[in-house]
Design a protein around this ligand. Structure first.
Ligand code: PLP
Length: 468
């Protein structure tokens, strides 16, 4: 019997909790515990140092809202493996579909001999992504690969080269996507030279620029027109809610104005919904909130409940502008990943995870707003649905406080709550719980976050930890 099997399942209180793992925070050792520390030594010996780890607890089981480690600790998961396990870890329909698929066949290469799962995913993407026009998809393995291919398609379709991206953007770690990503350390440092013909425009960033959406769009369009020229521009690539850059939500009207300008200038609008898509923001896609219909949408992460799958979906005539054999890859749309995606989409539909993301968003907004009222270091509460963030700045200023952010994160980790940071200045907490987390567990996680702020305040009195 493993550590995780010794505990009787408890009844979850949330609507889509998926497995019999006790939905509880349980600390039986320090975090990380001795068994994890032992494994960390082995990791140091055999895994390249460049592959970092936020919290070195080695996981043996996960589901609902918890991760269980080799020491028998049960941690609350507020990260979903960076926005991937939206439907929960090992979600039942994902497990069922993958189990059936792995017994049937594991690979043929869709480009050699096809199978239904790939086409089923493409059909689901046509139905779910914004807009009612005819759409087609091509499937890949990672988000970066999807972004690269979206740019390839836009270049062929328009016969133009240039790519416009935004301040604070994150699009991946391949050569082209490093060029498109804004932040140097750790993503780009020393890895150049980067792909050319990538230009950066100012993002709508209400906390910093105070501009309305249309004003910020006019500023971005002016930069693009003056520094690139619409006649050279193949595509504008934008995260409708920025991910790694700090969960920046553009001011209302920014995305529609940009979309209209792209339409008027024969420029392909690519929405990178890799982090914001698939129910995360309380709609199927973040573009839906303002009725924006991108020409191409890139998806990955939440699409397949933890298996590696990514897609480019878009206007059929754009997708079909690429010559036969021009898109693909050995593993793209692997049958196991497609089976997982169909299971994940089934979970999203059956458990109304769009609604669940909105409910969790309301709960998190309430907790984070209360936190901001109590701790002036919390300068901004932002996000959408179950993609929420707080930004830490020196009180009364816009000066980032990365040190306090790190101290709060360390306290949360020590006390069994997995939190992630992000942002250009490393001063943003992003909260991305699996949508299968029970409400009570999410509240407990935010009790620990609140305690972490109290414990790390400059004038902190010693605090008694929230009992797990
Ligand atoms: C918006 C966005 N685009 C692209 C990527 C790259 O995806 P992957 O890590 O699967 O290559 C990410 C990953 O965090 C992302 O958030």
């Amino acid at each position: 019997m493993t550590d995780t099997q010794q505990h009787a399942p408890t009844t979850p209180t949330g609507p889509a909790t998926n497995v019999g793992l006790p939905q509880e925070r349980r600390l039986v050792t320090a975090i990380p515990g001795p068994a994890s520390l032992e494994r960390l030594e082995r990791k140091k010996a055999y895994v390249a140092d460049g592959v970092g780890t936020t919290l070195p607890v080695f996981v043996v089981a996960a589901g609902g809202g918890v991760l269980v480690d080799v020491d028998g600790n049960s941690l609350i998961d507020l990260g979903s493996g960076i926005a991937v396990t939206t439907v929960g870890n090992a979600a039942p329909a994902v497990v069922r579909n993958v189990t059936e698929q792995v017994q049937a066949f594991t690979h043929t290469c869709f480009m050699v001999t096809p199978y239904d799962g790939y086409v089923d995913v493409a059909q689901a993407l046509a139905e779910l992504t914004p807009g009612s026009h005819a759409k087609k998809s091509a499937l890949f393995n990672s988000g970066a690969e999807a972004v690269e291919n979206a740019v390839k398609i836009a270049r062929v379709a328009t016969g133009k080269d240039a790519v416009a991206v935004f301040d604070h953007a994150y699009h991946g770690r391949t050569n082209l996507t490093m060029a498109m990503t804004a932040k140097n350390m750790p993503y780009k440092h020393g890895f150049g030279p980067f792909a050319g013909e990538v230009y950066r425009a100012p993002m709508s960033y209400p906390f910093r620029d105070g501009l309305s959406g249309p004003e910020a769009a006019a500023r971005a369009i002016d930069v693009i027109e003056k520094q690139v020229g619409a006649t050279n521009l193949a595509c504008v690539v934008i995260e409708p809610v920025q991910g790694e850059g700090g969960f920046v939500v553009p001011a209302p009207g920014f995305l529609p104005a940009l979309s209209q300008w792209c339409t008027d200038n024969d420029v392909v609008l690519i929405a990178d919904e890799i982090q914001s898509g698939f129910c995360r923001t309380g709609d199927w896609f973040a573009s839906d909130h303002e009725g924006v219909v991108p020409d191409l949408v890139t998806t990955a992460k939440g699409i397949a409940g933890g298996l590696p799958l990514a897609a480019v979906t878009g206007r059929a005539e754009l997708m079909d502008s690429v010559h036969g054999g021009g898109l693909g890859g050995t593993y793209g749309g692997n049958p196991l990943a497609c089976a997982a995606a169909l299971g994940a989409i089934e979970e999203m539909r059956e458990h109304d995870l769009v609604g669940r993301a909105r409910d969790l968003g309301a709960l998190m907004t309430e907790r984070l707003t209360a936190l901001a009222a109590e701790h002036p270091v919390v300068a901004d509460v932002r996000g959408r649905g179950a993609m929420m963030a707080i930004k830490l700045c020196e009180p009364g200023t816009t000066t980032p406080d990365a040190a306090r952010t790190a101290a709060v994160a360390a306290h949360c980790h020590r006390n069994g709550v997995v939190v992630l940071t992000c942002g250009t200045w490393g001063n943003v907490f992003r909260f991305l719980p699996p949508l299968s987390i029970p409400d009570a567990l999410l509240h407990e996680a935010f009790d620990v976050v609140a305690e972490a702020f109290a414990a790390t305040a400059p004038d902190a009195e010693p605090v008694t930890p929230v009992a797990p």
